[in-house]
Design a protein around this ligand. Structure first.
Ligand code: HPA
Ligand code: ZN
Length: 339
């Protein structure tokens, strides 16, 4: 996909990005080799050819298999640094990355190994690339409440590094209500929440995320549009949605990009942001998602600026940095003749 120079330079934040979903096949094979772990594919090409998904679960099966090769602090560092180096050239000025500790602790990798590796790369990205960051710890919703509680407990020594908790993995049959008490505990600790909702699950899951988990953002949220009252509520409260068009296409949440609900979301006055979700698996990083919506949903450059502005407004940023980034965006738009 050709990315327009305007999108390439547009200052933006990425708010919906699973760090394990940035694992490119080449790096996966390199790390597997150094850890003497076998991947069930003969080559990078064979692995890539397996990236044909008909739903979320198809993808998750391959996603969890891929992360099995991550063992050492260096592995988590290399994974995170590869992502930052890549998006540093794409106008990405702030990242809020998800990680799935249970995908690693369940295999005997220590929580500290995971977070130390990711954190060191994020700090390097801040100092060398001027990309600010936040880390969001996700609970795997297909696992039980006790497992989530144990994960929250394991995170306590790293409390100052956790900007928010999130909820991901298999949505259908695992409603937000399953984790009401865990999120209440996180809230008691002063940790805000986000949650995947309304990707494959019904609008009721979006309402539960708001009412029971008290989320500050909804990840995806596409199916909220099926419920008019809920849509009005999201619009009135300015609840941010982290929308991921290429993910939606590859997981068959939408039939094709021409029918993506983004225009309807904007029409309804929703506060949308554009993100990549699991870029190594879905055929594009954040700029490809912006470009796809320009090409298929007919978004104007002014609308792309508005969406980039939303990404800074919806971020867990301190106010000084937020102002710096919003000013940078305004200057870029003015220089580009967009108003
Ligand atoms: N949905 C739910 N869980 C996930 C996703 C997603 O798109 N990506 C990684 N874990
Ligand atoms: Zn996601």
């Amino acid at each position: 996909m050709n990315i327009s120079p305007f999108i390439q330079g547009l200052p933006k934040a990425e708010l919906h990005l699973h760090i394990e979903g940035t694992f490119e096949p080449e790096l996966m094979f390199a790390i597997a080799a150094r850890n003497h772990v076998e991947l069930p594919y003969a080559s990078v090409d064979e692995l890539r050819a397996a990236y044909e998904f008909s739903n979320l679960q198809d993808f998750l099966d391959i996603y969890y298999q891929g992360m099995n090769v991550l063992v050492t602090r260096e592995d988590f560092f290399d994974l995170t640094w590869a992502y930052l180096e890549r998006v540093g050239g794409q106008g990405v000025r702030h990242v809020e990355i998800f990680f799935d500790p249970q995908g690693h602790t369940s295999r005997g990798v220590a929580f500290g190994t995971v977070i130390d590796g990711i954190w060191a790369a994020l700090e390097k990205g801040a100092s060398e690339l001027d990309i600010s960051f936040r880390l969001i710890m996700c609970f795997l919703r297909h696992l039980d409440e006790d497992d989530a509680f144990a994960t929250l407990e394991a995170a306590l020594p790293y409390r100052d590094r956790i900007a928010a908790v999130g909820l991901d993995s298999s949505e259908k049959g695992h409603p937000p209500s399953k984790f009401t008490r865990v999120f209440a505990k996180a809230r008691e600790l002063g940790i805000p929440a986000v949650a995947h909702a309304g990707e494959e699950g019904p609008p009721e899951y979006v309402a539960e995320a708001l009412d029971l988990l008290k989320v500050k953002r909804i990840d995806h949220g596409n199916r909220a549009l099926e419920d008019t009252d809920l849509t009005v509520r999201l619009a009135k409260t300015g609840m941010p949605l982290t929308v991921c068009p290429l993910s939606n296409l590859r997981l068959c949440v939408v039939e094709d990009l021409d029918r993506h609900p983004l225009p309807a979301m904007l029409e309804a006055g929703l506060m949308v942001t554009l993100n990549s979700d699991d870029p190594a698996f879905f055929g594009g990083y954040v700029n490809e998602n912006y470009q796809a919506m320009k090409d298929h949903a007919g978004l104007s450059d002014a609308q792309l600026v508005e969406i980039a502005g939303n990404s800074f407004q919806a971020a867990f940023l301190d106010e000084a940095r937020r102002k710096t980034l919003l000013d940078e965006l305004a200057a870029y738009a003015a220089k580009s003749g967009v108003r």
